[in-house]
Design a protein around this ligand. Structure first.
Ligand SMILES: *[C@@H]1O[C@H](CO)[C@@H](O)[C@H](O)[C@H]1NC(C)=O
Ligand SMILES: *[C@@H]1O[C@H](CO)[C@@H](O)[C@H](O)[C@H]1NC(C)=O
Ligand SMILES: *[C@@H]1O[C@H](CO)[C@@H](O)[C@H](O)[C@H]1NC(C)=O
Length: 326
């Protein structure tokens, strides 16, 4: 009887400690929240990859602040479902979907023509869509997919939308990068892994570094225009982005899924830094910088290299066939 009671007390204590640990770990993982209550009535936001994960939560947050939200998505069926949910949960009917397939530069230019003709303004552009560690696929333009989708397509999209962003100034561009940029390197001699052996991770890191460098160079070129640019690390998030990781390492996928429930941010927590950079007043003077957990952080060394940033810009402009750039 005594033994049983002792055992129960021990179990109770262990359970209590576990619960406290889980709560503490979850709080530590969750990062900052964007407390700022700025409204966005009358403003237009454009988000790529908006139908799932962080993109969807970012859309929801900005819709709940009254913005007109244009969700640019590849899969229009999923996009319509997501848009409906957002309209319902926020009570904001001003949420629309548009087709954009970032693995095609043709789709980017078609998208911009349509957006340009139908939208009066663009206050916040969130370059959010991304692919992570996919196999070596080439896009229809002949580019390796991760650099093409994560960087080149967004580079072209942003440049083509600059007139709208400038005429709506003060406006902002948010580039969703990743802490993975720190291990990255821009290999100008072989951007698309045509000579070296393809590594899904190296390519992912290179593309995320490109996001940080693009954001920095954009800020430099747009100084004084009223358009500012920020790159963000959203955190390690439970989203569909990991789908390729799971197909490369199925067992790892299963093993990771339990602790990851504990250690990864929810998409709602993951959207906080994008929202923070979109709405926080006075952030303009920190244009070009890198943010994580709703605070400015130092980017990795190559992510702060202005020469690499300049060279990447010139090379990207050449690759996407952009004649005039800012
Ligand atoms: C949000 O508010 C909490 C509590 O008031 C504070 O600790 C935290 O630093 C704030 N977050 C930001 C990003 O300002
Ligand atoms: C977008 O519209 C503006 C006029 O509002 C025009 O000057 C510009 O060339 C257009 N851009 C594109 C890519 O169609
Ligand atoms: C996106 O573009 C790629 C390359 O042209 C094509 O293979 C794919 O089917 C397109 N996907 C959608 C959903 O439009």
């Amino acid at each position: 009887m005594e033994d049983l009671r002792g055992l129960m007390v021990q179990c109770g204590a262990m359970l209590g400690v576990s619960v406290i640990c889980v709560v503490l770990v979850r709080r530590w993982v969750s990062g900052g929240v964007c407390n700022c209550s700025v409204r966005l009535d009358g403003k237009t936001v454009l988000i790529t990859g908006a139908n799932t994960g962080i993109g969807k939560e970012t859309s929801r947050e900005l819709a709940s602040r009254g913005a007109r939200v244009v969700m640019a998505c590849r899969d229009l069926m999923k996009a319509e479902q997501a848009a409906n949910q957002i309209r319902e949960s926020t009570g904001n009917g001003n949420v629309v979907i548009r087709h954009l397939n970032l693995s095609s530069l043709h789709s980017v230019t078609t998208f911009v023509k349509d957006f340009n003709d139908t939208e009066d303004r663009l206050d916040i552009l969130i370059n959010n869509a991304g692919v992570m560690m996919c196999p070596k696929w080439l896009t229809e333009d002949g580019f390796e997919t991760q650099l093409a989708v994560n960087h080149l397509a967004h580079f072209l999209l942003t440049n083509l939308l600059l007139p709208k962003l400038k005429s709506s100034a003060p406006s902002r561009v948010i580039n969703v990068a990743s802490i993975a940029h720190r291990g990255g390197h821009i290999d100008f001699d072989d951007l698309f892994f045509s000579r070296r052996t393809y590594s899904p991770l190296e390519s992912y890191r290179q593309s995320k570094l490109a996001n940080v460098l693009f954001s920095r160079e954009l800020a430099r070129r747009l100084k004084g225009s009223g358009v500012s640019s920020f790159s963000v690390h959203p955190g390690v998030i439970r989203t569909e982005l990991g789908r390729h990781v799971q197909s490369w390492f199925p067992l790892l996928g299963v093993l990771l899924s339990l602790p990851s429930l504990l250690l990864m941010k929810t998409p709602h927590q993951g959207c906080q830094t994008s929202v923070y950079c979109s709405v926080t007043p006075g952030l303009e003077e920190r244009s070009g910088r890198y943010f994580s957990d709703c605070a400015e952080k130092e980017a990795g060394p190559e992510g702060r290299d202005d020469e690499v940033a300049y060279r990447l810009w010139e090379e990207s402009a050449r690759l996407v066939g952009l004649k005039e750039t800012c």
